[in-house]
Structure formats: C-alpha cells, structure tokens
Write a protein that binds this ligand. Structure first.
Ligand SMILES: C[S@@+](CC[C@H](N)C(=O)[O-])C[C@H]1O[C@@H](n2cnc3c(N)ncnc32)[C@H](O)[C@@H]1O
Length: 434
C-alpha cells in the first residue's frame, strides 16, 4: 500500500506542477502495472475533488504557503489529508505511512514537520468536517464560468464533483433495446444505455461482439442533432478517438475521419475495427493545413468537434479545476475560430457545419458561435429539432435546447438520472459560397 500511496503523491505532484491530465501522469508512472490501481484511482480522484477544501483545512496548521513548484512533502500532505478526512483509513495508519514516505523521498525534517501537521489535522477532524465540504472550484477556475448565475455555478460545482455513470452508445435504437436487459442498464431518451456499476469494461456483455462503445449521454447528442445522415458525405474534422465517427458510420454516413494525432487515430482505427465499422478514409493531418487549399469533392456535412478546454468533463477529470484557467480558454477559442473559418472550404452550398465542444465555458460555445455568425453572412443557424435527439416521445430533453435552438447541457440538468457532461452544439447551414 505504501508504494501505491507514493505513486498517488507523485501523480498529484506531476498534475499540479506540470498541469497535465491524470491519464498522462498515470501512464508515465506506469501505475497501470500496479496491482493497487483501483486504490490509486480512488485516492487521486478524491484528492483532486477535495483539494480546495483540503488546502483550506491545512492552512490552519501550516502558516507558510507552499512553493510554486510543489515538493513531495506538500503533495503528500494533500493526499494524506484526503485519506484522513474523506476515507475510512485509521488515523495512525495514514500518519505513519506518509511520514515514513516523506522521510524516504525527501528528508527527516520534512517528515517531522508533516508528522506535526497530520496529527493536528487528525485531532481537529470533527471540527473541520463540520464545515461545508462541497467546495470544489478554485477562484481562478470559477472565472471561466462567466455568464452563469451564482446559483447555476453552485449547482455546476455540486454536480461536477460527483462521479459519472457509464454510458454506452449503440449502432441503432433496436440494438440498444436488445442489449439493455443483458447489461442491466437503463435506456435513456437518446438511445444510450446507462450503467451504474463501473466494472471491467471489456468483461461487459456485448463488448467482444462490438455492440457498443463508451460515450457520455451528452457526447452522443451532436451527431443525433444532424438528423438523417444516411448516404451523405461527412467530414469528421477532429475525429479521434472516434465516438462520433462510429455514430456517423452506423447511421449510414459516408465518413472521412481526420485528426492531427497519429496515436489517437490509432485508437480510432482499433475502435472501428472492434465495432466492425468502416470509414471511407482516415487522414492524419492538421485540419487547418488540410483545408487551406481544399478543392473537391465538397462534403454535405462537416462535423467540427473542436479541441477545447474539456471543462465540460469535470466529473471524469477533476484535475481540470486545478490545471485550466481563462488563458487556456482564450487559446482554445482562438484555434476553434480558425477551424470554423476554414471548415467552409470543404463544405458544399446548403451543407451543414455542426460545431460542438465539451466545454462549459460560454467563450468556447455560445459566444464563439454568436461572434462567428455576426461576422459570417455565409452561414445561418438552424434550430436543432427535439425529435432528432429525444426518441422517448416525451420531449423530456427539451430543457437541453436553448432559445436559439442550440444544445447546452449542464451537469445538473434534469433528464437522465445521474447527470451528464457539459456540451455545446450549434447546427449551422452554409447559405452561399463566398
Ligand atoms: C474533442 S476531441 C475529438 C473527440 C472525437 N470527435 C470523438 O467523438 O471521439 C478533439 C480532437 O481534435 C484533435 N485536434 C486538435 N487540433 C487539431 C487540428 N489542428 N487538426 C485536426 N485535429 C485536431 C485532437 O487530436 C483531438 O483528437
């Protein structure tokens, strides 16, 4: 276990110092090979979700702010505090274990200091835990939520800190209905199946048969918003790892999948192979370069699932709160705008440009499209039809459509029990060639 704890501390140190995703830190530290992988996942995610609260609690006993480049001892205190305050491990086991680790990884002075802090924390646990423990967002991160009301931000924060259920997408509604009882899952209004338990993915019924792929309920909506795509030529501009590509192909679209990342396209190819689905072409290229001199043949639809802050996926990636800020949003928005400006070069007149981002920031969603339309008379906004995304016949997903007919999902929206990622989707029609 102490090895697992050391890995957790090193992962937290790498995430916070280098501003990388948990998955990147994990792969470098080869944690996957560790037998304690589920403990590591649980402890790292708990630390990340509770970090703002933990930092505040520690400030009571540590007067000096930690250095900008966090040392082993700083991160060990965060992880140990997560275990002391939020997990059931006995206090003495937590304290002894982290103090020994710090002695080994740093020095005995740091270990003595941590020993004092952790003992104080354990002593004051009841008083600390009587405070509001729901704080998840840093002040810095809250700045990306400009445009939301205070109450909306409170609810986003509350729901974003919860664990996400597992949603599966199927090649057709009939397939979803067929597999739902075998998977013991709930059929959602969009045709996804939601599972409560997150067991081993490859052991679930239908995995080997290539019946489904993992895709959050909200991530499935953009392709559904296109309506019928059978026989249409579609360019999926930022396609990997291919969740939306798989949806397009299974709905009969003649799909060209393009992405800048070779390794992510490799995953796309493996996914399509398992699902027994074929793309027309798979292209590894920078979309901006590919589109620059694009001539013929023009596409009926361009799907732009643009690179973004990913701030809509906080339930899966709580590290985002600690590694993303308004600067990242601005940078992402700039690239999104370049891609939007270029996409039209490969789109026929009357064709659809479907823009989507898994971001909660309006600067990457609503505001991006509003500005783009103001400056582009070549496009008009088509309202997304409720019947294209909601097959239940109850229109229960109407709450996800904003007054302009774009999709904005938020983690706390009613609809499927258990929430959803935050996505923005706009359906644009090219009305003339410039
Ligand atoms: C949001 S992800 C796409 C998810 C994918 N559509 C799906 O449903 O599985 C964004 C993708 O954009 C790719 N990307 C980033 N910049 C790009 C560029 N300039 N040209 C093409 N692809 C790019 C990234 O490699 C990443 O795979």
């Amino acid at each position: 276990m102490s090895n697992a704890r050391q890995i957790c501390v090193e992962i937290i140190q790498q995430i916070l110092n280098d501003k990388v995703f948990f998955s990147e830190a994990k792969s470098e530290l080869k944690a996957e090979e560790n037998a304690d992988i589920s403990f590591i996942n649980m402890l790292v995610l708990t630390t990340l979700r509770r970090l703002i609260f933990i930092k505040k609690a520690l400030r009571q006993f540590v007067k000096k702010s930690p250095p900008k480049n966090l040392r082993f001892v700083d991160c060990a205190l965060y992880v140990a505090a997560a275990e002391l305050l939020f997990l059931e491990t006995p206090d003495y086991a937590v304290i002894n274990s982290y103090v020994e680790l710090i002695k080994k990884q740093q020095d005995k002075y740091a270990a003595n200091f941590a020993n004092g802090v952790l003992r104080n924390l354990a002593r004051e646990k009841d008083q600390i835990m009587s405070r509001d423990t729901s704080t998840f967002f840093s002040t810095e991160f809250t700045k990306i939520l400009t445009g939301y009301t205070r109450e909306q931000i409170r609810q986003i924060e509350e729901y974003s800190a919860q664990e996400a259920p597992l949603d599966l997408s199927f090649k057709s509604l009939a397939q979803a209905e067929h597999w739902a009882p075998k998977l013991d899952g709930t059929l959602l209004p969009n045709g996804s199946i939601r599972l409560e338990n997150n067991g081993k993915i490859s052991a679930l019924p239908g995995y080997k048969e290539g019946a489904w792929w993992i895709q959050d309920f909200a991530a499935s909506l953009p392709v559904l918003a296109l309506g019928k795509v059978e026989g249409l030529r579609v360019l999926d501009l930022c396609a990997a790892p291919g969740g939306k590509t798989a949806q397009l192909i299974s709905r009969g679209a003649l799909t060209t999948a393009l992405d800048i990342s070779k390794s992510r396209l490799q995953i796309l190819s493996e996914n399509l192979q398992r699902l027994n689905l074929n793309a027309q072409e798979i292209i590894c290229a920078n979309a901006l370069e590919y589109l620059k001199d694009y001539k013929e043949p023009l596409f009926d639809i361009i799907l732009l699932d643009a690179p973004c802050s990913a701030s809509g996926t906080l339930r899966r990636h709580p590290e985002l709160v600690h590694i993303k800020n308004t600067k990242d949003i601005k940078q992402a928005a700039k690239l999104q705008r370049q891609l939007l400006d270029m996409a039209g070069k490969a789109l026929k007149e009357g064709g659809i440009l479907l823009y989507t981002v898994c971001s909660i920031a309006k600067a990457e969603g609503e505001e991006q499209i509003e500005t783009f339309l103001e400056q582009n008379a070549d496009y008009r906004l088509l309202p997304i039809k409720i019947n294209d995304i909601d097959f239940s016949g109850t229109k229960s997903l109407s709450v996800l459509l904003n007054p302009q007919g774009c999709i904005r999902t938020l983690p706390y929206y009613s609809g499927p029990q258990g929430g959803m990622d935050s996505f923005f989707v706009a359906k644009l029609q090219k009305v003339k060639n410039s």
